[in-house]
Structure formats: structure tokens, C-alpha cells
Design a protein around this ligand. Structure first.
Ligand SMILES: Cc1cc2nc3c(=O)[nH]c(=O)nc-3n(C[C@H](O)[C@H](O)[C@H](O)COP(=O)(O)OP(=O)(O)OC[C@H]3O[C@@H](n4cnc5c(N)ncnc54)[C@H](O)[C@@H]3O)c2cc1C
Length: 389
């Protein structure tokens, strides 16, 4: 197959599909290729989509496996719940989300080429050509192809182990009634050195299954991470009873960037989005919102560039850094501060204010910088009390 488009997007995850929708809506000829028959099919993911993403990108409730109104957090042997009066997000099935976002692209006149893996992207003075089974000529290319992006391949650039998170997870079938009773509309987070070497564990309930996973910074993983997952499922005093009668349907493993935005994320005729740009929060692992945001900003830059003879593509990098780069940097700093001491166990989470701040961070209601600023008086007060004692 040979095609010609204004823009080719390699990868139909949340980043590529949101970008494609915006571009098609603006009247550009867009082709999105995905190596899977259904874009983003079975992408290993917890599936927690925070409300800021749901609202900003008008995500339909049809893709919700469960709406969320709170979180339950365990730090070592301490636990707390925070519930909200309004929805704070939803747990989604990634295959359904991919189908839904792809339909939106097509609804705006964009073309999705399914089952097309792009192996090579060539740049010339005439433009760009992308090659897989077919060939696609275009003026600009968008790399939205995830963590092991083609955009890095030609330069030989490689991730360091301290820039990646390793995740392992089970999908466990449990009856809807049991999930309603034991998990309700909360996502569960577990911290501590027993749970993960440098990260956290999660249980995110769907309609009639649970996503139970463990994530850790790859450089800190010394024994198979699956051992931690099995210990969580079979030995953790809070988790084991909740999973009684559940049936493991699937084991998944994948990596996620925990680097902050990468140094080079655009060039004259290309931009990188989402995981391909390192756009994931290092402390929460939230990537879908940042992927969608990068897709939106990428599309807006391309539209501007299209009107300006393609001479301002590099504005994308400045813009992404300005709008989300700071938040991602703070997320690295906060993660190191929090997890450094026994995976967070030393944090005293008895204060209601701190519980609320942790929860707001996990559901994306507050960014890292704001959480740090609001926690400062509490930390100062504790220091003063300790001195006076
Ligand atoms: C286990 C795990 C749990 C997670 N849980 C959450 C969570 O609960 N909430 C959250 O917000 N984030 C979570 N994340 C992070 C989130 O999944 C990612 O940050 C997000 O999916 C990034 O979106 P993306 O569009 O950049 O890339 P991806 O979603 O990775 O999409 C890339 C797409 O490109 C396609 N592709 C790749 N190479 C090619 C090629 N050469 N040619 C054509 N197509 C190609 C792939 O098929 C895929 O569809 C999790 C990550 C992991 C690993």
C-alpha cells in the first residue's frame, strides 16, 4: 500500500489517537498506523484514567469499567481511605479505550491503518517517508509508538535502568458482587519495602476483574519482581483475604518511562509524544493523561507549523516543557524523597492533611509542586515539635 498524507502518526495509543483526532478536526490529512489490529489492544496497564483526563478529553463513560470516588492507601502497616463527593476518575479497559479513540479519529476524517508496524522512517529535503508493509509519504511524522520508540533507534540512544519502571500484574477474575463489597469505588495503593523494592503495588477494580500489580524502578530490582507480586497476592495480610476465590486470568509485564521529559523530543519534521517523550509521572506512574496532553500540544504545534511552511515544529519541545515538564521533574524529586526510606514506610501518615494530599496526588487533583508546598507547614511543625520534646 502507498499513501500520501500531511502527517503520519506512528502508534495508536492515547497520545497518537488524541493527536490524530485534533489534526483531522483541523482539516489535515492524517494517517495513524498501529502494529496491532485494534490500536493499543491489550496494552498492559492499570487502566486508571484520572478525572482531569476524562474531562479535558471528553472520554465517554462507555469505556469505564468502574467509576472512582476514592482511594485506599496502605503505607507499611498504616492504612487510610479518602473518599470524595465527586468522581475522581475511572478504570478503563485499554482495548476498549483504543477502539473508542480510534473511532473518534475516523469520525473526524482521519485514517487508521491497523496491523501496520512501521520499521523505518526516512527524512529528506522533500519530506518524510515511513515504511512498514506499506509506504507513507508525509510532511511530518509523529512518534507516538511508546517506550521503545523508533525515534530513538537511529541515534542508538538507550534507556538507563534508573529511567525505567518495571511493572508486573495479574488480571484476576472476581464476581462483580465481591468487587462491589470489598473494593467499591476505590483504587487501592500499597507502599513499603515488602511490597516493592522502589515503587508501589496496586489493586484497581474493574467490573468483574481486578488489576493487581507491582511496579518498581528497574535499577532497584534485584530479584524477580513477580516474587513481590506473588507475595502480595498470596501472603499480604490485607490483600490475600480480598482475593479469596479469585481466578488469575492473565499475567502481564511491561516497562514505563520514569525519566521526566527526554532531552530530544522534536526536530524539524518530527515530534515524539507520550511514553516516547518520557511523559509519565515518576511518583504515580500516571501516563495516559500526560500522553493525551502531549498529543493535544503536538497537534496544536503541527497545525501552526503547517500554516507556517513547517518552520516551527521545535516549538513543541518548549511548550511541552513549559506545560508539563516542571510537573514531571517534581515527580522525580518527590518520588526519591518519599521512597528513599524503606519504600515510604517511615512517612507518618496519621495526619488527615497528609492523607488528603497523598490522595489528591494519586488521583491527579493536585500536582507534585502544590502537594510539596501544602505539606511544608506540616513538616516544619513536626520538626519544631521534635525539637521541643
Ligand atoms: C503495567 C502498567 C500499568 C500502568 N498503569 C497506568 C494507569 O493506571 N494509569 C495511567 O494513566 N497510566 C498507566 N501506565 C502508563 C500508561 O500505560 C502509558 O504512559 C500510556 O499508555 C502511554 O501512552 P502512549 O500513547 O504514549 O503509548 P502506548 O500506550 O504504549 O501506545 C503506543 C502504541 O504504538 C503502537 N506501536 C508501537 N510501535 C509501533 C510501530 N513501530 N509501528 C506502529 N505502531 C507501533 C503500539 O501497538 C501501541 O498501540 C501504566 C503502564 C504500565 C506498563
Amino acid at each position: 500500500m502507498k499513501m500520501r498524507a500531511d502527517v503520519v502518526i506512528v502508534g495508536g495509543g492515547p497520545a497518537g489517537l488524541i493527536c490524530g483526532e485534533h489534526l483531522a478536526k483541523a482539516g489535515l490529512r492524517v494517517v495513524v498506523t498501529d502494529k496491532r489490529e485494534t490500536p493499543n489492544r491489550e496494552k498492559p496497564c492499570g487502566g486508571m484514567l484520572t478525572e482531569r483526563a476524562v474531562k479535558k478529553f471528553r472520554i465517554s463513560l462507555d469505556v469505564a469499567e468502574r467509576e472512582l470516588y476514592g482511594v485506599a492507601v496502605s503505607v507499611g502497616d498504616k492504612q487510610f481511605n479518602v473518599d470524595y463527593h465527586e468522581r475522581v476518575g475511572m478504570n478503563v479497559d485499554r482495548t476498549k479505550l483504543g477502539l473508542y479513540l480510534a473511532e473518534r479519529v475516523e469520525g473526524e476524517g482521519g485514517v487508521i491503518v491497523r496491523g501496520e508496524k512501521v520499521n523505518e522512517v526516512l527524512f529528506s529535503s522533500q519530506g518524510v517517508s515511513c515504511h512498514g508493509n506499506g509506504s507513507y509519504e508525509c510532511d511530518a511524522v509523529v512518534f507516538a509508538d511508546g517506550v521503545f520508540s523508533l525515534s530513538r533507534r537511529s541515534s542508538g540512544w538507550k534507556w538507563r535502568r534508573d529511567q525505567l519502571g518495571l511493572c508486573v500484574q495479574y488480571i484476576i477474575e472476581v464476581s462483580e458482587g465481591n468487587i462491589d463489597m470489598l473494593f467499591g469505588d476505590r483504587n487501592f495503593f500499597y507502599y513499603g519495602s515488602e511490597v516493592s523494592p522502589f515503587g508501589y503495588a496496586w489493586i484497581f477494580p474493574r467490573r468483574n476483574s481486578l488489576v493487581v500489580g507491582v511496579g518498581a524502578l528497574l535499577s532497584k530490582v534485584k530479584v524477580p519482581l513477580k516474587n513481590y507480586l506473588d507475595h502480595l497476592v498470596r501472603g499480604h495480610p490485607l490483600v490475600k483475604p480480598k482475593l479469596k476465590g479469585g481466578r488469575i486470568l492473565k499475567f502481564e509485564t511491561a516497562v514505563v518511562p520514569l525519566s521526566g521529559l527526554l532531552k530530544t523530543i522534536c526536530g524539524e519534521r518530527w515530534i515524539a509524544l507520550g511514553d516516547a517523550a518520557g511523559a509519565v509521572s515518576a511518583i504515580t506512574g500516571e501516563g495516559m493523561y500526560f500522553a493525551m496532553e502531549s498529543g493535544r500540544m503536538g497537534a496544536e504545534t503541527i497545525i501552526e507549523s503547517y500554516e507556517e511552511e513547517w518552520n516551527c515544529m521545535t516549538k513543541y519541545g518548549e511548550r511541552l516543557r513549559r506545560e508539563i515538564g516542571g510537573e514531571l521533574k517534581w515527580s522525580l524529586w518527590l518520588r526519591d524523597l518519599f521512597l528513599k526510606r524503606r519504600g515510604g514506610e517511615s512517612l507518618d501518615v496519621t495526619s488527615k492533611l497528609l492523607q488528603r494530599l497523598v490522595s489528591d496526588l494519586l488521583v491527579g487533583r493536585k500536582g507534585c509542586r502544590r502537594v510539596i508546598l501544602e505539606a511544608l507547614p506540616l513538616v516544619a511543625l513536626r520538626r519544631v515539635r521534635a525539637v521541643l520534646r
